[in-house]
Design a protein around this ligand. Structure first.
Ligand SMILES: Cc1ncc(COP(=O)(O)O)c(C=O)c1O
Length: 419
């Protein structure tokens, strides 16, 4: 028999295999200083485009003040225990009510992490007779939730409604035969590409197939729709989204998440989500801080307007300069380039070291070989001058890439361990 640890020693996994040269620079980079568009990386100030601090609340003085006071009042331990046992409070309930009414649902339930929360929502909603239909580019937490499912699942090609309907036909047939139901899962805004899930079209299919719709709106909550309520508001189908999920890790600049739906569905989830029943509830200081954030999200539309001003300037500028930014129709801004892993790492290093721009890089095996995605996340705290500097930097590195400059550098830089 192979020793488990020997196996791991010989294979650190698809991303981990690069850890010796990537750790601390490309993976696990340590950004220092106050959260904002300018942070320090390895002693140097860089223009940062990789934080989902969409509305700039992370370091907003009013938010910081509330967080500080709440921490002084309650500490970080309070309340102790899971919500069901000893970890509930009036603040938790108040936040749930505020969130639910904001996103147009009867009731809400807080989740101590978005990832586990989503896994558990899926696990709790379906049983072995039910069938799941989901988008192929779903976030890992949806994939993991689907993995737990004991019944059948059908995946449809990303945002492809023909493929979606085909899978719905199969799923409906099977569910009928089993005496089960169908749950369709999509994201509101796909975090990697910036494309919106086609909620409006999916909702149309509900009339024909009678399934229930769960939307992971991690990126859309607080950013999309006339009031920032989410992608379902943006697409005019608030009612028809049956179960709505949002996280606090992005526009709310906190931690945790929530699910909102009809009252009975939330009551059921409260008593049947294993990741919440058997885990500690959100700290009070965070919950009080989240109440402040929700208030700002609802009453400071200028933050969202600023985010969109920056996003539009960035995306228009990139398109005008001939960059391929795919089919984003949200603030998430991917830049697609062609190159191998070594070129991607040399280019990213050049962006950081020469041009002072820090953004996230996505390469194979997350995306196909030969493709590089540099993902830019605009926020309300960026300025139009930041956009201009970044556009110039991107023009410079893409010219170098086209000339083969990074190919020559690969031996000297990409594999370097002196990061
Ligand atoms: C689409 C989507 N769903 C869920 C999550 C998980 O949320 P959290 O960070 O709150 O665990 C993320 C976070 O990256 C996400 O992008």
């Amino acid at each position: 028999m192979v020793d488990l640890f020997d196996k791991i020693n010989n294979n650190f996994g698809p991303i981990g295999q690069h850890h010796e040269w990537s750790h601390g620079y490309f993976s696990f980079p340590q950004l220092e200083g106050p959260i904002g568009p300018r942070m320090t990386f390895k002693g140097k100030e860089l223009l940062v485009w990789s934080l989902n601090n969409y509305l700039g609340l992370a370091n907003h003085p009013e938010v910081r003040e509330t967080d500080t006071k709440a921490t002084a009042d309650f500490g970080l331990a309070y309340p102790m225990g899971a919500r069901m046992m000893s970890g509930d409070s009036k603040y938790h309930v108040q936040l749930e009510q505020g969130l639910a009414s904001f996103v147009g649902k009867e009731a809400g339930f807080l989740l101590n992490y978005g990832y586990q929360g989503m896994v558990s929502i899926i696990d709790a909603l379906v049983d072995r007779n039910d069938v799941i239909v989901y988008d192929a580019e779903s976030h890992a937490c949806i994939i993991d939730g689907v993995r737990l499912h004991m019944g059948k699942r059908f995946v449809y090609q990303h945002n492809d409604m023909e493929s979606c309907e085909k899978q719905l036909v199969r799923a409906t047939k099977l569910a009928r035969a089993n005496g089960g139901s169908v749950l369709l899962i999509t994201e509101g805004v796909f975090g990697m590409s910036g494309a919106q899930g086609k909620l409006k079209e999916i909702v149309e299919l509900k009339k024909k197939y009678g399934f229930r719709l769960l939307v992971d709106d991690a990126h859309g909550f607080g950013t999309m729709g006339p009031t920032g309520a989410g992608t379902h508001e943006e697409q005019g189908c608030i009612e028809e989204v049956d179960v709505y999920f949002g996280t606090f890790a992005k526009s709310m600049a906190g931690i945790g998440a929530f699910v909102a739906s009809q009252r009975n569905i939330i009551t059921y989830l409260k008593y049947n989500m294993r990741s919440q029943t058997f885990a500690k509830s959100l700290p009070m200081a965070m919950v009080v801080g989240l109440l402040k954030r929700l208030d700002m999200l609802q009453n400071r539309p200028e933050l969202r307007e600023k985010l969109w001003e920056v996003a539009r300037a960035l995306q228009t500028g990139l398109r005008e300069r001939g960059f391929d930014i795919g089919n984003t129709d949200t603030m998430v801004t991917p830049v697609f380039l062609k190159g191998d892993l070594n070129e991607a790492t040399a280019l990213t290093r050049d962006l950081r070291e020469t041009y002072g721009v820090f953004c996230s890089i996505v390469v194979y095996p997350v995306i196909p070989k030969g493709l590089i995605i540099l993902r830019l996340i605009p926020t309300a705290t960026h300025s139009l001058e930041d956009v201009r500097l970044t556009l110039d930097a991107f023009s410079a590195v893409s010219e170098k890439l086209a000339e083969g400059y990074y190919k020559q550098l690969e031996a000297a830089t990409a594999g370097s361990t002196t990061l």
